[in-house]
Ligand binder design. Structure first.
Ligand code: F6R
Length: 606
């Protein structure tokens, strides 16, 4: 989704803005622009396309030169991606960049048109710029407050006023925005990774708080206009974590970071060989009190929830419903007091997941956030919170965040099963022992990269393919399929292997690839029958299984073997070849692996 940056300081502002925006490219965008105070005025440069297109355009026309300004990468919502709709947008003395959606922009636009105002673009953002200007009588804070009282929706805004040179104003409601604090320079950014190379200190802005950034400091005002003192935070992510470090793509780097990410996530939550989530606000008494669990999330995070359902139900015998957040929030869910709603989110800002969290709270349920981005909205609003320690995930396709979400699902399931007395302490210690071995197991699978690359070379010309599996393998095949389609652009579906015969098998044609995940010993025989069924109809079969599993070789064209381990843990190592196959297929097809078309990393609008 859109990325916002702003700068006030002594450096070359254009350079800082472009550099900071480049760190937000992973969020997904289709146009970019900057506005810089220059020679007593404001110079705007913007274009449809990538940052490199913006830089080219500036080289050919004019490179704004100054020490303060705002910048933006746009992910189109209102109005197609073109130069005019790109941000920044101006209205009289006011120039702004905006992330989010102004829900009542039409009514406001009608009002402004009735007052004789003319609009250049189709965007909701220009309406805010014009409204700010309409109310501006020389007092920026007052005019921002007045505008805030009239606009509805989710937004983060970077604002500059032509007659207030070298001052940047910022405000947010729902959408993320931080204020970076340097020495004689200050920043705004949609997330802290954008400015890590300049500073790690920042303020988190609460809804409707207004920040005023000058070179010599930052002032923050509450929604009534009173100055407030903010707590200074320090990011524990370093610059290296947000760089590629020699890997060709962030996605590959992040796949390789998985063993460390799991270790960092689980180690502090294990005490004396047992899970200990007390620091996250999760106590044995609370765990005992939950009758029913809902896991609500989107995309890959929801797939982690599906694995969670299998293991929680298997070990703790508590019923779990997994829901897509955009469905949950509008289906009047049967959730209430005594239920636990778990929201899983890497970014902690996904609009539907955040809305689901708020709905669950309003219905009286207890809420647990499993979140990677520190200080994000879901992290702040959840009753209980487990941070996953994956570090910044830059590639749009989620890999390491999924892996640590799985590791937390295991910790949680083990602790719940113990609290509910469905397993004893000895069994819980044994399970924790298994979980502790997963970083090495994952590391060993990373060595199968060449085999995965070979398999990818077989897939690159496919138009369609299927992923099949049963039980935990089905949950995993959904993630494998999503990963492949989002970055390779090959159409794929995942199916419960036993369901094929009820319609889908008619899709199988000669040479169509079918990736079968078959790691579950108890279900192996059944899954192998399904593999044979598709093979007999001409499919090219690729099987992911455990070493030593007996599978009729005539049913298998390619095989990837995971070192033999306990079935229940299999999703963690077995997802790695699926990630690698998706990665190499995308590379071989020449796609933009880290920034697939049409996708945004952080989906802060519905
Ligand atoms: C797929 C992917 C998305 C996200 C989904 C939820 O690779 O990354 O499906 O998992 O948009 O995002 P978060 O976890 O930030 O709520």
């Amino acid at each position: 989704m859109c990325g916002i940056v702003g700068y006030v300081g002594k450096r070359d502002c254009t350079k800082v803005l472009i550099d900071a925006l480049s760190k937000l490219e992973y969020r997904g965008y289709d146009s970019a622009g900057i506005a810089v105070f220059e020679n007593g005025g404001i110079s705007v440069a913007k274009t449809k396309g990538r940052l490199r297109d913006l830089c080219e355009k500036m080289k050919k026309t004019h490179i704004p030169s100054g020490h303060s300004g705002i910048g933006h990468t746009r992910w189109a919502t209102h109005g197609e991606p073109n130069d005019v709709n790109s941000h920044p947008h101006a209205g009289g003395k006011v120039t702004i960049v905006h992330n989010g959606i102004i829900e009542n922009y039409k009514a406001l636009k009608d009002f402004l048109v009735s007052k004789g105002r003319h609009f250049q673009s189709e965007t909701d953002t220009e309406v805010v710029a014009q409204l700010l200007d309409y109310y501006y009588c020389g007092n920026p804070i007052e005019c921002i407050q007045k505008t805030l009282s009239e606009i509805q929706g989710s937004f983060a805004l970077g604002i500059i006023f032509a007659d207030r040179p070298d001052v940047v104003y910022a405000v947010r409601r729902e959408s993320p925005l931080i204020v970076g604090l340097g020495k004689d320079e200050n920043f705004i950014a949609s997330d802290v990774t954008a400015i890590l190379q300049y500073t790690r200190d920042y303020y988190l802005l609460e809804h409707d708080e207004i920040a005023v950034l000058g070179m010599d400091g930052v002032k923050v005002f509450d929604s009534h206009g009173s100055e407030i003192k903010k707590e200074r935070k320090t990011a524990d992510w370093d610059v290296d974590a947000a760089e590629k470090q020699g890997y060709e793509h962030f996605m590959l780097k992040e796949i390789h970071e998985q063993p460390t990410a799991v270790k960092t996530t689980i180690t502090p939550r294990i005490s004396d060989g047992l899970p200990d989530l007390s620091e996250c606000g999760i106590t044995v008494e609370k765990l005992r009190s939950f009758n029913q669990i809902f896991i609500v999330a989107c995309g890959t995070a929801m797939h982690a929830g599906l694995v969670g359902k299998y293991i929680i139900e298997e070990l703790a015998r508590v019923p779990v419903v997994v829901d897509i957040a955009s469905e949950f929030r509008y289906r009047n869910p049967l959730v209430g007091v005594g239920d636990l709603v778990i929201i899983i989110s890497q970014s902690g800002e996904t609009a539907d997941s955040l809305a689901a969290l708020r709905l669950a709270k309003s219905l009286g349920a207890s809420t647990l956030g499993i979140v990677n981005a520190k200080g994000s909205s879901i992290a702040r609003e959840s009753d209980m919170l487990i941070y996953t320690h994956a570090g910044p995930e830059i590639a749009v396709a989620s890999t390491k965040a999924y892996m640590v979400q799985l590791s937390v699902m295991y910790l949680f399931a083990f602790e719940l099963a113990l609290a509910k007395e469905k397993i004893d302490e000895a069994e819980c210690r044994r399970l924790i022992g298994l979980l502790r071995q997963t970083p090495d197991l994952i590391a060993s699978i990373l060595e199968s990269a060449d085999a995965c690359q070979k398999i990818s070379s077989q897939l690159i010309n496919a138009d369609h393919l299927l992923y099949i599996g049963r039980g935990l393998d089905y949950a995993l095949s959904m993630e494998g399929s999503l990963k492949l389609k989002e970055i390779s652009y090959i159409h794929s579906e995942s199916y419960a292997a036993g369901e094929l015969k009820h319609g889908t098998i008619s899709l199988i044609t000669n040479g169509m690839p079918v990736i079968a995940v078959a790691t579950q010993t108890k279900l192996l025989e059944k899954t192998v029958s399904n593999i044979k069924e598709v093979k007999a109809r001409g499919a090219k079969t690729i099987v992911v299984c455990q070493q030593g599993m007996e599978i009729d070789p005539s049913a298998v064209d390619f095989k990837i073997e995971i070192p033999k381990f306990e079935d229940i843990i299999m999703p963690m190592p077995a997802v790695v070849p699926l990630q690698l196959i998706a990665y190499y297929t995308s590379v071989l097809r020449g796609n933009d692996v880290d920034k697939p078309r049409n996708l945004a990393k952080s989906v802060t609008v519905e």
